[in-house]
Design a protein around this ligand. Structure first.
Ligand code: 5MM
Length: 339
């Protein structure tokens, strides 16, 4: 099987100065986001919001790919162009979330396993027809005294590898997302140890299942203090610990690492990425695949009002540009004020 096309798609997903917009909120999640701006979530309002983001002027200067949800890949711009076709015409790679969500893991109280492997081969073939060239699958692991269990780490790594192999068979680049949640009062050291163990297991499973590492993108959490920790590690410490953990556990063959923001503020997520790229080059591209950290500001600026579309697009482009600058360590927090 010719795997070179997978590598070239992966390279374009982590092209210099650009990153990925995660806009693949499932219907319940986008409903929660819209509730924060008192906006009803229905098929039309979701299309309006995603149309606003995707048609922002000059988005392709900063955005290399967009992760879509099943409903969105079947929707079109206000001008009637299917979203995937529209993005492709701009040089932005369309992607698709293919997992069916994290469900209760039996025998492991409070832990989750991501489902969605049944019928995945057929779904991937359809998504490829619809224009998707990469996919995303998110595993979720929590930190607590007795968590994550070995079982939880093992089953999620196995599923991520099963998904990845099916994606590559379908000529679709898998984004491999094992998210160690920030929830809790744990230290950054605890996050380091758990993230290291999870990454080890994920790469063992990917190798066992013959996944080509130069045809994937890794989407990990940063190594960071728990959200409720007393003394949270500062930006330089987070950046240093994250790069160290990745250097020790991510093979150099992987073309790129695109972080999730995981509940960090927009400014924190940009500053952390910037601090990591200040001390490059690294063996892999260090990029972003943010959901909340790219969307929180445009969502608020829009607030569900047609008259705010321009303001929403301006906020989205500003956030995208600042993260683009963080790809080369050229972001400065003062830019938050000056635009
Ligand atoms: C955009 O949110 C994604 C979808 O979440 P649900 O399946 O829960 O609806 C989510 O997977 C996202 O892609 C990642 O968590 C990264 O987003 P953040 O907000 O953590 O940067």
């Amino acid at each position: 099987m010719d795997l070179s096309s997978l590598n070239s798609i992966a390279q374009s997903m982590v092209a210099p100065n650009k990153g990925i917009l995660a806009a693949d909120e499932s219907t319940p999640t986008i409903g929660k986001r819209f509730a924060t701006i008192d906006t009803e979530s229905n098929e039309k309002s979701r299309q309006t919001y995603r149309n606003m983001l995707f048609t922002s002027a000059n988005a392709s200067d900063y955005i290399s790919g967009v992760i879509l949800f099943d409903e969105t890949i079947r929707q079109s711009t206000d001008d009637g162009i299917p979203f995937a076709e529209y993005l492709t015409s701009l040089g932005i790679v369309p992607g698709i979330k293919v997992d069916k969500g994290a469900k209760k893991l039996p025998m492991c109280a409070g832990e989750l396993v991501t489902e969605g492997l049944d019928g995945l081969r057929e779904r991937l073939a359809e998504y490829h027809e619809l224009g998707a060239r990469f996919a995303k699958w998110r595993a979720v692991l929590s930190i607590a005294d007795d968590k994550p269990s070995k079982t939880c780490i093992e089953v999620n790594a196995h599923a991520l590898a099963r998904y990845s192999a099916l994606c590559q068979e379908a000529k679709i680049v898998p984004i491999v997302e094992p998210e160690v949640l920030m929830d809790g009062d744990h230290s950054i050291n605890k996050c380091y140890d758990v993230t290291a163990e999870v990454l080890n297991k994920v790469f063992t499973s990917l190798n066992e299942q013959k996944v080509s590492l130069n045809g994937i993108i890794l989407k990990p959490n940063m190594v960071i203090s728990g959200a409720d920790a007393k003394d949270r590690a500062d930006i330089v410490t987070v950046a240093g610990a994250t790069v160290k953990c990745l250097t020790e556990h991510v093979p150099e063959e992987v073309p790129g690492i695109a972080f999730l923001s995981g509940g960090q503020t927009s400014e924190e997520a940009t500053a952390h990425l910037n601090a990591m790229n200040e001390h490059g080059p690294h063996p892999w591209q260090l990029s972003f695949s943010y959901g909340r950290a790219l969307q929180a500001q445009p969502l608020k600026a829009w607030s569900g009002e047609a008259s705010n579309i321009n303001a929403g697009q301006k906020a989205f482009i500003k956030r995208s540009r600042l993260n683009s600058l963080a790809r080369t360590g050229n972001y400065n927090p003062q830019m938050e004020e000056t635009g």
